[in-house]
Each structure stands twice: as C-alpha cells, then as structure tokens.
Design a protein around this ligand. Structure first.
Ligand code: SF4
Length: 287
C-alpha cells in the first residue's frame, strides 16, 4: 500500500545529450530530445466553444516544480483518421478485454455530415474529481502528473468511475489477462499495475515505460498518423514517434484546447483541432 507519492524503481540512465534547434518540428524522433530541457511554457488557447483560456500561469508553475518531468499529452485531431490503432495497441499491451478501452475514439459528424474522430484517454487531470471520492485513497497523482490507481488497495467501490467526467475508468468484472509488461523494478507498484478482479483500471500513460525503459507509450508508438504526442512541461518537448516539437510553441501556434475545460479539472491533455471539431458541445455536431 502506498500512502504517499509513488514507489520508484531504478530509472534507466538516459544518457541525455543537448538537442538541436528545439523549434524544428521535422527533426528526427529523438527520445533524447524528448527529455532535454528547453524552458517554461506559455500557451494561450483559442476562443470559441471553450472560451478564451490561458495556460501560462499553471504551466509556469508546473515548470518550476523542479522535478525531472511533468508529463502531458497532445492529441492532434487534424491527423486522426479513426483507425483506432491506439486502442488495439493499448488493449494488447495492458491485457484488456474487448469492452475495456483505456483509449476511446469518439466519432462525430459535423452539420454537413463529415465524420471526424477524437481519441479520449484519461485526461490526467491536475484537479482530478476521481481522486477525492475514493473511500480508501487508492487513486493518487504522481509528482510527475500521472493519475494512477493502486491496484493493491482498490476495493472496487466505483465511486471514481461515477466522478470521472471523461468516462475514462473501467471496472474489472472478470479476471484480467496477464500483462506483458517490462520487468518491474519494484513489482506491484502502481506504476506497474497488475490489473485485478474487482478493481478499477484506466490509462496509466504507460508509466511503466517512461522513463524506465526509454520507450514511448504504446498508443504513441502505434498510431500510423502521428496523432498522439507525449509531452513534458519541464523540458518543453513533445514527441509522437516521428517528430520532435517544442511543446509550448506547438500548443500556442495550433491554438490547443482542453476537453470540458469548464469543469475545472485542468486536464493534462491538449487537443489540436483542425477538422471543425468544436469540443465544447457544438451545435450541429452529434456523437
Ligand atoms: Fe480521473 Fe477521469 Fe481526470 Fe482521468 S480523466 S484523472 S480518471 S477524472
């Protein structure tokens, strides 16, 4: 049982070297670039369905936390064609049954019938409503910003499932399959959760991969279109397996938004629109 923080295993020496021009988006994927420090974040989001949002202050606070990493996601909806490779890859890696999708891909239609897609994993909220409702404090947030469930203490109350506004959690009604994860530096820590019958599971951002094994989350790796980025506020870098971008520039220049911003959950997941997706509840768009 973990009462505070997260038990840490032995991190891999990443052997970081300085990146080149961090603003060059077409740079080769370099996991070294992903983890190399660049600076603080200042992002202003778009107006419209979500209203004007400014991430500057919170991001600055995050970047000065003096931790090695502060993880986030960026999902580029411009590139999503609904292939759902992210979903199947995630299910395979985590041994999930068909009905359990830690990544959902919503399909929407605009007013003229054009279909577009939106992957929705756990948003890794900075203010997660799933956390406080847990009667045994099994849900917690790591110092690096990943919301996890301690499978050893979860009693399956499902209060977190009801509280999550993103429908990101699933109850294990049947005994989960054995997972094929990397060897855990410290078995059964929440970062290496072994799903169990009668507990609640959700996306773990492949916390057992990065930075222990220097691998990208499976959804990032699997997407053939480079939709998914894993980002780090501390280094101000995001990668999608194909290219490396400067996180703050990428978000600001593309008017990134967050899902259900009005709820105050402060998701660590940012969406880049581009196919007419009005995340705030569009008139004419149907789920
Ligand atoms: Fe919790 Fe849901 Fe936010 Fe994930 S998306 S941190 S499960 S409230």
């Amino acid at each position: 049982m973990l009462s505070e923080g997260v038990k840490r295993g032995n991190r891999k020496d990443l052997g970081l070297t300085p990146a080149g021009d961090p603003c060059v988006e077409e740079a080769d994927l370099s996991r070294r670039n992903m983890l190399y420090g660049l600076g603080a974040l200042g992002v202003a989001s778009m107006s419209g369905a979500l209203g004007l949002i400014n991430y500057s202050e919170e991001a600055q606070a995050v970047a000065t936390d003096s931790l090695e990493h502060q993880w986030c996601r960026v999902i580029d909806l411009r590139a999503c064609t609904g292939e759902r490779k992210c979903v199947s890859s995630c299910q395979t890696r985590h041994g999930l049954p068909p009905e359990q999708t830690w990544m959902r891909v919503l399909s929407w239609q605009d007013e003229v019938g054009k279909e577009f897609f939106m992957p929705v994993p756990c948003q890794m909220c900075e203010n997660p409503p799933c956390l406080d409702v847990c009667p045994v404090s099994s849900t917690f947030r790591t110092p690096e910003g990943i919301v996890l469930v301690d499978q050893e203490t979860c009693i399956g109350s499902r209060a977190c499932m009801a509280a999550c506004p993103y429908e990101a959690r699933y109850f294990n009604w049947s005994k989960p399959a054995e997972t094929n994860r990397m060897p855990a530096p410290s078995p059964n820590t929440p970062e290496f959760p072994k799903n169990q019958l009668g507990t609640v599971g959700k996306c773990v951002l492949c916390a057992d991969r990065m930075p222990y094994t220097n691998e990208l989350p499976s959804c990032v790796d699997a997407c053939p279109n480079g939709v998914h980025y894993i980002g780090d506020f501390v280094t101000d870098v995001a990668v999608n397996g194909r290219k490396t971008v400067k996180l703050s520039t990428f978000l600001s220049e593309n008017n990134a938004v967050r899902f259900k911003e009005e709820l105050g959950t402060n998701p660590r997941t940012y969406y880049i629109l581009g196919n007419g997706q009005p995340l705030g509840g569009p008139e004419g768009a149907v789920k």
